[in-house]
Design a protein around this ligand. Structure first.
Ligand SMILES: C[S@@+](CC[C@H](N)C(=O)[O-])C[C@H]1O[C@@H](n2cnc3c(N)ncnc32)[C@H](O)[C@@H]1O
Length: 248
């Protein structure tokens, strides 16, 4: 993984353009996400724990919006109990950023594994989901247009084996203004504590406006249930960052 420091929003910009997962972001992404998402390392570890329990032989484990492959590796490194099996699960990472996919493929090759792995450069909205036992969307659904989120989750649930699991991690918003302000401010304090300046925080926030569209915990849980998951729980929250576990 890249260890370059994120300085993208360090200097004042006249107009801040919309955020994109381009070459510049891919180059610093590991540092960016670690300093922006409270609990990110713990979420990766738990994606591994969840994958170990719910991945089924002969099925597909999807990492949708895989970026540099951090979650893909967390899934794959927890499937080694299938190494000797004739019927290993296959790990499929998908991202539509060519800059991310190129680096992700290199990261996968650096960590050889007996588990078959494919990294696809495509829009997850057109990725066929087949025979899934694991589906991870670690901070990806928030970038999908609101009107298309339910169809995507429904397609995942319908094509998931009974007993399979989905991990959905998201930045969220709150219906109550006081809670929204308190937890939002604490997230900014976290970013300051990790070395971002007020200017960097303000410019990144402006770049993400209308690109990352957060929803409430309730909206996520209700949609996971409508999509066809029999159980949907919040298993992690730190300020305005959460992760859900949904079981088919
Ligand atoms: C915040 S990053 C995900 C981080 C990653 N899952 C991890 O755990 O490190 C969001 C990723 O989703 C990808 N993405 C956004 N919309 C997408 C789409 N429609 N199809 C495929 N990938 C998409 C972006 O290119 C980006 O790499």
């Amino acid at each position: 993984m890249s260890d370059s420091k994120d300085r993208i929003y360090q200097d004042a910009k006249g107009a801040v353009g919309a955020f994109e997962f381009d070459e510049r972001v891919a180059h610093v992404f590991t540092d960016m996400i670690n300093r922006s998402v409270p609990g990110y390392a713990m979420m990766l570890e738990m994606i591994g724990v969840i994958s170990r329990r719910y991945a089924q032989a002969g099925t597909h484990c999807y990492d949708l919006g895989c970026s540099l492959g951090a979650s893909t590796l967390a899934i794959r490194s927890n499937l080694e109990h299938f190494n000797a099996s004739e019927d290993k699960p296959k790990v499929i990472g998908v991202d539509n950023s060519a800059a991310m996919v190129e680096r992700c493929r290199v990261n996968m090759e650096r960590m050889p594994s007996a588990i078959p792995t494919e990294i696809l450069c495509q829009d997850i909205q057109s990725t066929p989901i087949e025979n899934a036992s694991i589906a991870v969307m670690n901070f990806t659904l928030q970038f999908i247009p609101l009107a298309q989120r339910e169809d995507l989750l429904h397609r995942i649930a319908v094509n998931m084996k009974s007993g399979g699991a989905m991990v959905l991690s998201e930045k969220i918003e709150f219906a109550y203004a006081d809670k929204q302000h308190t937890l939002f401010d604490l997230h900014h304090d976290f970013k300051r504590a990790r070395g971002y300046s007020d200017l960097e925080i303000a410019q990144k926030r402006s770049a993400l406006e209308n690109v990352l569209v957060p929803e409430t915990i309730e909206a996520h849980i209700e949609r996971l249930q409508r999509a066809g998951f029999s159980q949907a729980y919040l298993w992690f929250q730190c300020f305005n960052f959460v992760s859900f576990l949904a079981i088919k």
